[in-house]
Design a protein around this ligand. Structure first.
Ligand code: GDP
Ligand code: MG
Length: 182
């Protein structure tokens, strides 16, 4: 009867928060999103299938919040993320891969893109993903902490593969958005 995996949806949603996930191709944006929205990691996901966003409804400080989390659907590969993608976003997950220095070096460009296209009050969570790849680490945590401080971003290291810290990073972002808004 019905879809057993479907999450219980409360009757009354107090707020919808749009969150955009950005960062270089292959850093794990789509996997982070499916880990948070469905608690899934897809081992052989070749590319993002045309899903625009996924949702998860959570409770923050007694309010029911529907997080509507947008995926770039591969547009980042062609630097073709449009301004419409950022419109109305209250938060952003800015993702790099701790095992790929290049993905960290791209962050300044992504922050610029956010500042140019998103609302000034957008809350940004810098996410160093693939923290499970300990032997391949190319970005020291301290470098990211420093960058986050300079740019005024929150920061977390995650593994979409193991699930480590993914919920925590999203909840912190959503709580910060709630704090800004309410
Ligand atoms: P996107 O292009 O940023 O959306 O990246 P994907 O979510 O498609 O992931 C790119 C590749 O990295 C895929 O092969 C994933 O299986 C892999 N990947 C994603 N997250 C992790 C992670 O936390 N750890 C490891 N080891 N691999 C990951
Ligand atoms: Mg993707």
């Amino acid at each position: 009867v019905g879809n057993e995996e479907e999450e219980y949806v409360p009757e009354k949603i107090d707020y919808v928060f749009k969150v955009v996930v950005i960062g270089d191709s292959a850093v794990g944006k789509s996997q982070i999103l499916s880990r948070f929205a469905k608690n899934e990691f897809c081992l052989d996901s070749k590319s993002t299938i045309g899903v625009e966003f996924q949702t998860r409804t959570v409770t923050i400080k007694t309010k029911v919040i529907k997080a509507q989390i947008w995926d770039t659907a591969g547009q980042e590969r062609y630097r073709a993320v449009t301004s419409a993608y950022y419109r109305g976003a209250l938060g952003s997950m800015l993702v790099y891969d701790i095992s790929k220095r290049q993905s960290f070096d791209s962050l300044a460009r992504w922050v610029e893109e956010l500042r140019a296209n998103a609302d000034n009050s957008i809350v940004i969570m810098l996410v160093g993903n693939k923290a499970d790849l300990v032997d391949q680490r190319a970005v020291p945590t301290e470098d990211a902490v420093k960058f986050a401080k300079e740019q005024g971003l929150f920061f977390a290291e995650t593994s979409a593969l193991s699930g480590d810290n993914v919920d925590k990073a999203f909840f912190q972002l959503l709580e910060e958005i709630y704090g800004v808004m309410c």
